[in-house]
Ligand binder design. Sequence first.
Ligand code: 4HQ
Length: 262
Amino acid sequence: MDFTVLTIFPEMFDPFWQHGIIGKAVAKGQLGVSVINIRDFANDKHQVTDDRPYGGGSGMVMKPEPLAEAIRSARQRLPKSRTVLLTPQGRTLDQEQAQALAGYEGLILVCGRYEGVDERINQSLIDEEISIGDYVLMGGELAAMVLMEAVARLIPGVLGNENSAALDSFTENLLEHPHFTRPSVFEGEAVPEVLRSGNHKAIDQWRLEMSLIRTFLKRPDLLKAKRLSRQDIDILKKWCKDIENIIAAQSSSDSDSLSSSG
Ligand code: 4HQ
């Protein structure tokens, strides 16, 4: 996978390429990264990349000529790549889309500043508009980094042998189970006994139960969208039964509280 970023702030990406798993993937040649300074494609003496908006109003607009030349230059180097504009007007990035983007040979990520880019760039040179969420940033650079992190970890080999596991949680619409490490008791809170039992079948079962209940409590929308396995359904049914039993025990022993609470 090749990432090419178009920006007027190329230095912002140096620390990003250099650290952590992305840095390692670049060093191992699993990831090709480059940055194009849009300013280098401005032809005037002062290398201006913005201009005043037609129709008036506050703020500036990214001039089309330098941006168009920068995109063409990137495409020439990576003809099979997909050109993405980071903008709040795009579809909101999710795991499924990250998965699809990971399938391209290259991604050209266009980062706007100011009020955004001249609309004609959008019409002729952008394959896809992507947003990282419904809030307003000052430029597309951080959005491009978010996108690259989400995509890079899906490229085979980048996360090592954990890769297939990493695909699991969100792709399957399930939040992760809780994680614990040493010490076994921290500030009075003990690690759940099952995790220290050495019983791997019991551990797997507990983790799946935790994943399901957390998804139900924190992100019911995900659980609703999930394709449930037989095992998932059995776990959910067991909880339903447990809750029903608790309610049944209440109504037989304490009918007063039922009628008074309505
Ligand atoms: N931008 N997701 C760039 C964003 C944004 C987002 C605002 C992009 C400013 C010039 N990008 N323009 N949200 O807020 O991707």
